[in-house]
Design a binder for this molecule. Structure first.
Ligand code: NAD
Length: 704
């Protein structure tokens, strides 16, 4: 049984108990429906209380149920809600812990809602490309006004109990046993207003706005949503549903919501977002890796207080892990302190931290030049210059000054983890932790496994990623790991397009139109053209250009934002890229020198295909070589690390969406026209020929 019932003085208490989060699966819904039907048929029962075991009310529908084939006979939370709506008893939701999605919608169907102070409520469906589908879009506007409801649902916002009480979502916030509070409330309202369905209320817009202004409010709401084809598919449907709540009688509004929901659940963006939801949950599962207990990380060290070091230190502090930063240069310490202080003050200004909390967090980051301060650190991340000589020395030193069990990590982007591990007496405790800039903001963390990294060290890294609220993705110790390895091919292709005569600003505009958070050339200007130049020096085979354009830019100090010019120019103090005819001239000159023909009539479609299929082909090779574990891991890397549009699910999911055979055919035509850099990955060819998809592909890892 997934529910328990208990009768208390004519009140039936129904407790959902389906660990870990009381997900409202078909199975649980069936039991709930039977329990509601039984309560309705029992004359001795006057009221029903819903509550949840496992310190949670319910996390909502079971997303697994949306993935499989439709099961027309299955009972869903909608059926439970319909039975409550029809019922004659008083219903109260007694919430302790989260009430999300369908769980919150069940509570909205009740006559009263009581919650403990630690509880939170919300309708996060939009994050999965869906809208609430069990009456949420019709009931929440009736409870708190259309505008406030829309705001909450469009942002998928979670609201604390206190805030929910203020908004009028909760009737009571109660300390102690929430079921007792619900029973007391029932006793209190029995004589006055025992039954009070939300569905019977009238919808107001809220904020003192009169009903006749509805068309204006609706138009504004649509305007604020991203375009339908570019991440806003569900958002516009949500506005439609709330408009229906306002304009239609309750049952018809509900029918409209159901229809919109059903359309969304089958839509490509929702399928892509659900794929990411599951991919995220797979990340820490490494086939063949023996189970191991993660080490506790109570204190951390960071070496180098540069761009990355400071951001990594903030990340530890935010997770409640005190951190010591080693930096030899006073000037760098000064800069890093300023950056840390500025960041925490910004949080105070935005109301996310109190002065006192910010002060405490600041105190948990200590700067020093003395390595001996690391004697009690459980984990150290080095973020010194990208030079193997410097890193070697740092690892030797760390091996001497830290406890034997301390985990030693490198934040390197391109260097060999094994070469660093070999400098220590504990190679099994060494790995890469590749943060992305700015480290305190970007959600991606590549966890790089050296040839001797132990299962326990990896387990520690996955646990740490979770504690730091990052998505930790496992990569083999291969050049560029997952993300940057793919970036090289992407860069090569967009630079090729510019060499053929497509202006960089057009490439950027087209790829932003596809949904990339940033155009590639603007992104190169942000990271610095010198980064690519250095990589070209170290690894000529990774060179991103057929011409000498990168050398030319390096000579001309066109290094990007930091020098005021790169692929764009920048006004002093501004980060806004300004298209520059000079760069187009440079490209033309270098192309002529290299004998590359200029083309006219390059279509937007070709730009998207060349950039994105380069990612797909590189991704396929990473899977084939076992550098990445799963297609979903690559998708997460590209979405959280490089701004790939989530509604396309990541490069590998997108390949499935287009059809791998189609992608392969295009890659073959590029191979013919553009040369060997377009050699299709054998895995791409294999999947195309078999008519299968990337989804579901896993390889017995070479690095497992
Ligand atoms: N900047 C990025 O976007 C980015 C992203 C991911 C990874 N990385 C990697 O992170 C590392 C650091 O990059 P960064 O951009 O922060 O560099 P940075 O030049 O901003 O900072 C390096 C810092 O390390 C200090 N340092 C040098 N030798 C040291 C030593 N022996 N002991 C202690 N401190 C020392 C320097 O004084 C400097 O403050 C590199 O390996 C880089 O490849 C950088």
């Amino acid at each position: 049984m997934m529910i328990h019932t208990q009768d208390r003085d004519g009140v039936r208490v129904i407790t959902h108990d389906s660990p870990p989060v009381n997900a409202l699966s078909f199975a649980l819904s069936k039991e709930l429906l039977e329990a509601v039907t039984a309560a309705e048929g029992d004359p001795a029962i006057r009221a029903v209380v819903f509550t949840g075991a496992n310190r949670i009310f319910s996390a909502g529908a079971d997303v697994n149920d949306f993935r499989g084939d439709p099961q027309p006979d299955a009972k869903t939370i909608r059926d439970v809600i319909a039975a409550v709506e029809r019922g004659s008893k008083t219903y109260v939701a007694a919430i302790d812990g989260n009430a999300m999605g369908g769980g919150f919608e069940l509570s909205l169907t009740c006559d009263y809602r009581v919650a403990t102070p630690r509880s939170k409520v919300g309708l996060p469906e939009i994050r999965l490309g869906l809208i609430p589908g069990a009456g949420g879009t019709q009931r929440l506007p009736r409870l708190i006004g259309a505008q406030a409801a829309l705001d909450m649902m469009l942002k998928g916002k979670t609201v604390s109990a206190d805030e929910a009480k203020k908004k009028g979502i909760l009737d009571e916030v109660a300390e102690g046993d929430v079921v007792e509070a619900a029973l007391a409330l029932i006793a209190r309202v029995a004589a006055s207003e025992p039954k009070r369905r939300v569905s019977q209320r009238k919808v107001e817009i809220g904020g003192g706005i009169q009903a006749f202004a509805l068309p204006y409010v609706v138009a504004q709401a649509h305007k604020m949503c991203p375009p339908e084809e570019n991440g806003g598919f569900a958002a516009h449907k949500l506005v439609d549903a709330v408009q229906a709540a306002f304009e239609l009688p309750f049952p018809r509004g509900l029918a409209r919501e159901f229809r919109l929901f059903d359309e969304l659940v089958r839509s490509a963006p929702a399928q892509a977002l659900m794929h990411l939801f599951f991919a995220e949950r797979e990340l820490a599962k490494v086939p063949g890796l023996p189970a191991a207990e993660p080490l506790a990380i109570k204190k951390a060290g960071v070496i180098g207080a540069g761009t990355m070091g400071a951001g990594i230190a903030i990340t530890f502090a935010n997770a409640g892990i005190p951190v010591t930063v080693i930096e030899p240069k006073d000037e760098q310490i000064g800069k890093a302190k300023q950056m840390v202080f500025g960041m925490f003050m910004h949080q105070v200004k935005r109301g996310r931290l109190t002065q006192e909390e910010a002060w405490k967090l600041g105190q948990s980051i200590v700067f020093t030049d003395d390595y001996a301060e690391l004697s009690d650190a459980d984990l150290v991340v080095e973020a010194v210059f990208e030079s193997m000589d410097v890193k070697r020395q740092v690892f030797q030193k760390l091996d001497q000054v830290t406890k034997p069990e301390t985990v030693l990590a490198s934040n390197t982007s391109t260097l060999d983890i094994d070469a660093m591990a070999s400098q220590t007496t504990r190679p099994e405790k060494v790995l890469g932790l590749h943060f992305f800039a700015p480290a305190n903001i970007m959600q991606l963390l590549e966890i790089v496994r050296g040839s001797r990294t132990s299962p326990q060290t990896l387990a520690t890294a996955f646990k740490l990623a979770k504690d730091l609220r990052k998505s930790g993705v496992l990569s083999a110790n291969a050049f560029g790991f997952i993300g940057n390895r793919m970036l090289f091919d992407y860069a090569r292709e967009v630079v090729s397009l510019a060499e053929e005569g497509v202006p960089p600003h057009r490439v950027d505009a087209v790829l932003k139109g596809f949904g990339m958070a940033m155009g590639p050339f603007a992104m190169f200007d942000l990271s610095g053209v010198d980064v690519f130049w250095h990589i070209q020096q170290a690894r000529p085979e990774m060179g991103s250009a057929r011409t000498k354009i990168v050398d030319r830019m390096y000579e001309l100090k066109r290094l990007g934002q930091k020098t005021g010019a790169g692929f764009y120019t920048y006004e002093k103090g501004s980060r806004d890229p300004i298209p520059d005819p000079e760069i187009e001239r440079l490209f033309a000159e270098e192309a002529a020198r290299a004998g590359i023909a200029r083309r006219t009539g390059v279509t937007d479609d070709e730009i998207v295909k060349r950039a994105i299929y380069a990612l797909i082909n590189a991704g396929a090779n990473l899977l084939k070589d076992g550098v990445a574990l799963r297609p979903g891991d690559i998708d997460i890397v590209y979405i959280y690390g490089y701004g790939f549009p989530p509604h396309h699910g990541g490069p590998m999911w997108y390949a499935d969406e287009i059809g791998v055979a189609q992608v392969y055919a295009d890659v073959m035509s590029f191979r013919e026209r553009l040369g060997a850099q377009w050699e299709p990955s054998p895995l791409l060819a294999e999947i195309a020929r078999s008519g299968k998809k990337f989804a579901g592909y896993t390889k017995e890892l070479t690095h497992a």
